[in-house]
Design a protein around this ligand. Structure first.
Ligand SMILES: NC(=O)c1ccc[n+]([C@@H]2O[C@H](COP(=O)([O-])OP(=O)(O)OC[C@H]3O[C@@H](n4cnc5c(N)ncnc54)[C@H](O)[C@@H]3O)[C@@H](O)[C@H]2O)c1
Ligand SMILES: O=C(O)[C@H](O)COP(=O)(O)O
Length: 598
């Protein structure tokens, strides 16, 4: 009699939709089915998924976007342009949307992701700053965030220069005065820019462009940016200095860093106290990098002669804001990116990124997912499938109540570690491990977060092979430590559940279970049996499955020695009935078996 408890060996987890890519969303596919009035039961084939994807996704656009971007989106999706939504209205609408496109005026909060019911797959920020998007919440919900980081750089830099020059020459105040019927030539005497020191705080895309343009105006430019490469500054003859040196020697300070916990209120009372009396400040970055109350005090005390502000802590700022109304302050309503050219560019950049993400492609401008170059993805595609399937197999082999703490993924390759980018593979193993045992949808965005949240430590190991590194990988191995197994033979000599596979003719194959060598294509589902090696076993099993009309797509037997134990791996196209599985368990030579869904 076989030493097995047959029925609890049968894996009864409902099947999950197969993802077409690391970003294809299970929940989105489910939703499409519901909208089409289809019962959300099973979706087992790629073809079914493809036909579901034929239904156009819905993209919600909550702020004005250039026409060219909208036209591009409309070729692929239903586009809902709903501007000025209240937070409540946004939360209500979002459950009907696959993608959301915003600028800086929409707060994409945790509530938005929670309200999406898992359908929202991508948030596109049509611009650079993502401080209005709760990126952590997006990641936790497996939602990709992409931005359009380059198309508005020149516009923002030009706006900073425009504010700098107009502030120095009192253009806005003088204009208002003339329009009010006055002619105050003495009051509006300005200061020159040439020869003055400009400190650029943040030497990124905008900051470095401002530096270039300011040098063209004859200014002496210095910069502070702890993270920028010094050679970029050196190349345009800009000196990199400390924060204190920058703010204490500058005649003009222009802010170009992102708003982060480290930069929040970086210009505060303490900083203003170190500045030269009469300094002039430009802010085209984010309002929050200045302590606005401290700036008001510095303006009133004369430390700061003038400020030109495009951005504010609260936008729009309160009507009675003393800062906005201050006579030495010039303001614009967050216009840095607002040129026709920049908005057209941003709209196309974000439309491309959102469409790509909805198609399941990895976005080059992803904010919360590792950037995996397109050529790496292409090369790793068959291994991605293998990695996920090995994860699925390994997790289904676990038994006992001790919980899973530690998983090791081994990569056997002739390539050096720097030539093998495993982030995508690790994410897919994680997906395979977690999806069969939870309701969480795992993708490249949230794989590491989800593993961490579940207390699952995933480590990676490279096993270096001699030979030609033509193939990125020979084998992938998944090992789960400190657990029991439903299939004792899956435990290796060193005590872990171990499954190993390789890509053969472009298809994922299982090559090892525990210490047993096997060879079965990882398609459909799988029966693993340990048996006493004797004639007639294949026939017995085959006829049980045949009577059930369950097609066997692959079968292999691996044994330790003639007449000793053997492992039979059988690929089946459908799930055998309980009775058939029971009959398999009743074959006397079978010591244990397990049915696994891929
Ligand atoms: N007003 C507008 O309409 C408008 C338009 C475009 C960009 N922006 C804003 O301008 C800022 C810069 O944009 P970008 O495209 O140049 O971004 P970027 O990422 O290319 O550059 C930001 C730079 O700030 C640096 N930085 C980070 N922390 C710093 C710190 N503590 N001190 C000094 N430097 C620090 C970074 O190293 C980086 O080089 C962002 O806040 C963006 O949102 C505003
Ligand atoms: O971060 C940005 O890209 C700018 O602040 C532009 O914001 P906007 O898209 O709201 O004009």
């Amino acid at each position: 009699m076989a030493a097995i408890s047959s029925w609890n060996l049968v894996f009864t987890q409902p099947s999950k939709k197969r993802s077409l890519s690391p970003f294809a969303s299970k929940s989105q596919l489910c939703f499409t089915r519901r909208r089409g009035g289809v019962t959300p039961t099973r979706c087992t084939t790629s073809l079914t998924v493809l036909s579901l994807l034929d239904a156009k996704p819905t993209v919600l656009v909550t702020e004005t976007l250039g026409e060219a971007g909208l036209d591009l989106l409309k070729t692929f999706a239903n586009v809902d342009c709903s501007y000025n939504l209240s937070p409540e209205e946004l939360c209500t609408k979002i459950s009907l949307c696959d993608a959301l496109i915003v600028r800086s005026g929409t707060r994409v909060t945790r509530e938005v992701f929670e309200s999406s019911g898992g359908r929202l797959k991508v948030v596109g920020r049509a611009g650079v700053g993502i401080d209005n998007v709760d990126v952590s919440a997006a990641t936790e919900h497996g939602c990709l965030v992409v931005n359009a980081p380059t198309a508005n750089t020149i516009a923002a830099a030009e706006h900073a220069i425009a504010l700098l020059a107009s502030m120095a020459r009192n253009i806005a105040q003088a204009d208002a005065s003339v329009k009010a019927g006055k002619w105050q030539r003495n009051k509006y005497v300005g200061v020159s820019l040439v020869g003055k020191t400009l400190a650029i705080m943040g030497f990124g895309k905008v900051g470095s462009e401002v530096a270039r343009q300011a040098k063209g105006l004859g200014m002496h430019v210095i910069t502070h940016d702890p993270y920028a490469p010094a050679d970029c500054a050196r190349a345009i003859r800009v000196e990199m200095v400390s924060f204190d040196e920058a703010i204490s020697t500058a005649d003009f300070i222009s802010l170009h860093m992102p708003l982060t916990p480290a930069t929040s209120k970086i210009l505060n009372d303490d900083a203003f106290g170190k500045m030269k009396k009469g300094v002039r400040i430009v802010n085209v970055a984010r309002g929050g990098v200045i302590d606005e109350e401290a700036l008001l005090r510095a303006l009133d005390s004369g430390i700061v002669a003038q400020a030109a502000l495009d951005v504010f802590t609260e936008e729009p700022p309160p009507q009675d804001s003393k800062l906005v109304r201050h006579e030495n302050v010039t303001v614009t309503p967050h216009l840095g990116a607002s040129t026709t050219e920049a908005q057209e560019g941003v709209a196309i950049e974000i439309a491309d990124a959102v469409i790509g993400a909805l198609k399941g492609e990895l976005a080059a401008t992803a904010v919360n997912a590792p950037m995996v170059p397109a050529e790496v993805i292409l090369e790793l595609t068959p291994y991605v499938d293998l990695a996920e399937k090995l994860g699925r197999l390994a997790i289904q082999l676990v038994a006992g109540g001790s919980g899973i703490k530690s998983v090791k993924v081994g990569y056997t390759s002739a390539r050096g570690p720097d030539d093998l980018d495993t982030r995508l593979l690790r994410a897919m193993v994680t997906k395979g491990l977690i999806e069969p045992i939870s309701s969480i949808f795992v993708n490249l965005v949230n794989a590491d977060f989800t593993a961490k949240q579940r207390g699952l430590r995933i480590t990676e190991e490279r096993i270096v092979l001699d030979g030609s590194p033509e193939n990125p990988l020979e084998y992938i191995q998944v090992q789960i430590a400190n657990v029991e197994s439903k299939f004792a033979s899956a435990i290796s000599e060193s005590g872990e559940i171990r499954v190993e596979g390789k890509v053969k003719d472009g298809k994922p194959h299982l090559t090892k279970v525990g210490s047993f060598g096997v060879d079965v294509s990882l398609e459909g589902s799988l029966i693993l049996c340990r048996q006493i090696d004797q004639p007639g076993m294949i026939g017995k099993l085959g006829s049980i499955l045949g009577e059930e009309n369950v097609n066997v797509n692959y079968m292999s037997v691996g044994r330790t020695a003639r007449g000793k134990q053997a492992i039979m791996t059988i690929g089946v196209d459908a799930e055998p009935s309980k009775e058939a599985l029971m009959a398999i368990g009743d074959i006397p030579a079978i010591e244990e078996f397990v049915f696994l869904k891929l």
